[in-house]
Design a protein around this ligand. Structure first.
Ligand code: GLU
Length: 429
């Protein structure tokens, strides 16, 4: 049976999925801390709208393969649904729904007038040709287009998708309505209405929150500060690059094939050039090989998981040695691991705060597109700093005022705004 078969695990049983129930459990605990209205919490415990689509694609060999696709809108109280589209072989409804819920919390936390959504297609994008990927993107866009629109639902890149994918999405939607609609998607190429600073925004935001965290922990960021980064996609690479510009030493980075460890620092641009030639970090001469699991347990000051969810669990949490854990990925730490890390005194900058730079600059891109007035990169970065450091401070104040860990504090701060908004808007009918 091919990977496109719709098995129960792809679309059924999402409420019991550990990632979904983990996010829900964290929301419940944070909600209790702010005495959230029970009805509001009940409404937030399920996605507002879930769309499953099958995505038939004519492959280069002439056969038609049918992929599973999803778009989940978790909540739209604050504004249009917003969140990325993921192409990955493990995409399923439970994960997409959990990620949509995290987007609602993230957007509310950083004060954006946006709801939360996520989408994805269950496929291995590395095995698709450019032509197949374009066909898949255009068909998926068409299948979910009833949900999309600059005032309704605005996708963006996530794992396995990029500016080119967003350009195909924008073009497909625009063909359907008969004119160019840049506001239907963010993370586009600059030439068709993308924003300066969007490509590196998530990594930049991670670094800005690390800067804020290190101030609180009185940790100097200099060439003695050791950083390990799991993942060398868009978020991992830009976090590495910007942190090394800040002066830190990036001692380890990895991708799916494994990692490179060099106590003197990994040459980030050389590694990038190597990957452009060889596709993976494997065999890079500038350091020793480490597995992805070993990388997480290295003796470093700052650890940035910037790959998939579920990387730090009760199995390895006790071996994590970093002082600051900045979650570039969504959901990299399990609830059990969270508790262990908290007891160990690891300072976590949770995903909805650490990686919010991406959607913050997506919001800037959307606003620029609607106004047809574009900002300088300096303006984008300054405004990103303003929003993310402000959010960090609010979360930190809640954390110290309530003696609550940073993850639940971030969710609590987010829920304070969102629950008020939901109560003001009231309940229909
Ligand atoms: N996929 C990114 C995230 O998880 C960006 C979402 C967006 O820009 O809408 O935050």
């Amino acid at each position: 049976m091919s990977e496109s078969h719709v098995s129960d695990s792809v679309i059924v049983g999402w409420e019991n999925h550990p990632f979904y129930s983990g996010v829900l459990g964290a929301m419940e605990r944070a909600g209790r801390a702010i005495q959230i209205d029970r009805n509001v919490f009940n409404r937030l415990s399920k996605p507002k709208r879930v769309l499953y689509v099958s995505v038939p694609v004519r492959m280069d060999d002439g056969t038609i393969q049918v992929f599973d696709g999803f778009r989940v809108q978790h909540n739209t109280t604050l504004g249009p649904a917003k969140g990325g589209i993921r192409y990955h072989i493990d995409v399923n409804l439970a994960e997409t729904s959990a990620l949509a819920m995290l987007m609602t919390l993230k957007n509310s936390l950083v004060g954006l007038p946006l709801g939360g959504a996520k989408g994805g297609v269950r496929c291995d994008p590395n095995k698709l040709s450019r032509k197949e990927k374009q066909a898949l993107t255009r068909r998926y866009t068409t299948e979910i287009s009833m949900l999309l629109g600059p005032e309704k639902d605005i996708p963006a890149p996530d794992i396995g998708t990029d500016a080119q994918t967003m350009a195909w999405l924008m073009d497909t939607y625009s063909q359907q309505v008969g004119h160019a609609v840049p506001g239907v998607v963010t993370g586009k190429p600059i030439e068709i209405g993308g924003s300066l600073g969007r490509v590196d925004a998530t990594g930049r935001g991670v670094v800005y929150t690390v800067i804020e965290a290190s101030k609180r922990l009185r940790l100097d960021l200099n060439d003695k500060t050791r950083v390990a980064i799991q993942g060398f996609g868009n978020v991992g690479y830009h976090s590495a690059k910007i942190l090394s510009d800040v002066g830190c030493s990036i001692v380890a980075v990895s991708d799916v094939s494994g990692g490179i460890y060099n106590t003197k620092g990994v040459a980030i641009e050389e590694l990038r050039a190597y990957i452009a030639q060889n596709k993976t970090v494997k065999g890079f001469p500038g350091g020793d090989f480490v597995s992805n699991d070993e990388l997480l347990e290295l003796d470093v000051d700052i650890l940035i998981p910037a790959a998939l969810s579920g990387q730090i669990t009760e199995k390895n949490a006790d071996k994590i040695k970093c002082k600051i854990l900045a979650e570039g990925a969504n959901g990299p730490t399990s609830p059990e691991a969270d508790a262990i890390l908290f007891d160990k005194g690891v300072f976590t900058v949770p995903d909805i705060l650490a990686n919010s730079g991406g959607v913050i600059v997506s919001y800037f891109e959307w606003v620029q597109g609607l106004q047809k007035f574009f900002w300088s990169e300096k303006d984008v970065n300054n405004k990103l700093w303003e929003i993310i450091s402000n959010a960090f401070n609010r979360v930190y104040d809640f954390h110290s005022g309530n003696k609550m860990d940073m993850r639940h504090s971030a969710i609590a701060v987010s829920l304070e705004r969102l629950s008020k908004a939901m109560l003001y808007r009231g309940f229909f009918p």
